[in-house]
Design a protein around this ligand. Structure first.
Ligand code: 3PG
Length: 393
């Protein structure tokens, strides 16, 4: 794939696909991370003499115009982050978009309305892609976190114009390549979260690529059940036991060591501050549930981390959203952060709850790379081709 360095952008209108699908409450952006992350790309295009026209989706309006899902709501936050005028056009194609682009001064950024207001977006409709492409001279995709969608504004348009990756897309792809593509070994993957059933492909792919697979959270309970360990009232997918055994067998054949909890923190209620105790992994009382990994588990993981050169993290190790069941996640995350800071480990994290958990641990800042992607990060960890990236090849 090409980068901005390979493109002549002087005097060009640069259709730039970004992901500014940010969390919002009552019309106010509550986390502007994704907006801040596109600033280098926008500034770089401007510095190269290009006029920036932003294409983006917001939420899931399913092909209808839903006023609450208008990108007009992020116009101010965008202008603030970019430090320049942001002109908003109430459609992403046609005369309205064209007029806004033509009227904008070279240093302005034009923000086009939610691409998903058109039903053709999610269908990767050729006419919609053509109508978008007609608005610009070149296409830059900076939306790695939307690259798992084969949509008109991510994939379709990339085939119609000279296309390149933006700076954020570039950074995401390089980080992922260093973590799973051509990593320095040993490689550790930490995978947590509630359900094995949602991460089957991911686990199946990882065991053939990494040296150590740490399984945490509710998923670990399913693996414990698969090994014949009783887990009381813990969240576990008992019908996935056979699948878990198949994953363990695949790992064994591939030389990947799976790490499950050695000790666990159990409680009888799922609530913050619930009375709890730490027991050996095979001693969960029948009326209790496992809500976190224990200190012996964390100590064992720290030994694995200390020997590793590369680490990839997705998902918390326990019920991190309620204290004190965030303890193992926090401790393990801080250990990874410290090793990374000391230059001993390359650490990459991403996907849904993960970034929230690492932020809560105060560890995110020291990871080598934190992906802005949720679903796209997971699909990439599953070894799937991402249509938005493939279209840049
Ligand atoms: C995300 O938030 O992960 C991306 O913006 C993709 O959104 P989607 O899951 O609605 O396609």
């Amino acid at each position: 794939w090409k980068t901005l360095d390979d493109m002549d952008l002087a005097g060009k209108t640069v259709l730039t696909r970004v992901d500014i699908n940010v969390p919002m409450e009552n019309g106010v952006v509550t986390d502007a991370t994704r907006i801040e992350k596109i600033v280098p790309t926008v500034k770089d295009i401007q510095a190269r003499g290009g006029k920036v026209v932003l294409l983006a989706h917001f939420d899931r309006p399913k092909g209808k115009v839903v006023p609450e899902m208008s990108l007009g709501h992020v116009q101010d936050a965008l202008a603030q982050a970019l430090g320049c005028k942001v002109v908003f056009a109430a459609d992403c194609v046609g005369d309205v978009a064209k007029a806004a682009i033509d009227a904008a001064s070279p240093g302005d950024v034009v923000l086009l309305e939610n691409t998903r207001f058109h039903a053709g977006e999610e269908k990767n409709d050729a006419d919609l892609a053509k109508a978008m492409a007609a608005l610009g001279d070149v296409f830059v995709n900076d939306a790695f976190s939307a690259a798992h969608r084969a949509h008109a504004s991510t994939a379709g348009i990339a085939h119609l114009l000279p296309a390149a990756a933006g700076r954020l897309m570039e950074a995401e792809l390089r980080a992922l390549e260093s973590a799973l593509g051509k990593p320095v070994r040993p490689v550790v993957a930490v995978v947590g979260g509630a359900k094995v059933s949602t991460k089957l492909d991911l686990l199946g792919n990882l065991v053939s690529k990494v040296d150590h697979l740490v399984i945490g959270g509710g998923m670990a309970n399913t693996f414990l059940v698969a090994k014949g360990t009783e887990v009381g009232k813990s969240l576990a997918e008992r019908d996935m036991a056979e699948t878990a055994r198949a994953i363990m067998a695949k790992a064994g054949a591939a030389g990947c060591t799976i790490h499950l909890p050695l000790d666990v923190v159990v409680a009888r209620e799922f609530k913050a501050g619930a009375a709890n105790e730490t027991v050996a992994v095979d001693a969960c009382p029948a009326d209790a549930m496992i809500l976190d990994a224990g200190p012996a588990t964390v100590a064992a993981l720290e030994t694995v981390f200390a020997d590793a050169k590369t680490l990839i993290w997705n998902g918390p190790l326990g019920a991190f959203e309620i204290e004190p069941f965030d303890t193992a996640t926090n401790a393990a995350a801080r250990s990874v952060a410290a090793l990374t800071k000391a230059g001993k480990l390359v650490s990459v994290a991403g996907g849904g709850d993960t970034v929230a958990a690492l932020n809560k641990a105060g560890a995110a800042g020291d990871f080598s790379f934190i992906s802005t992607a949720g679903g796209a990060f997971l699909e990439w960890m599953e070894g799937k081709e991402l249509p938005g990236v493939a279209a840049l090849m």
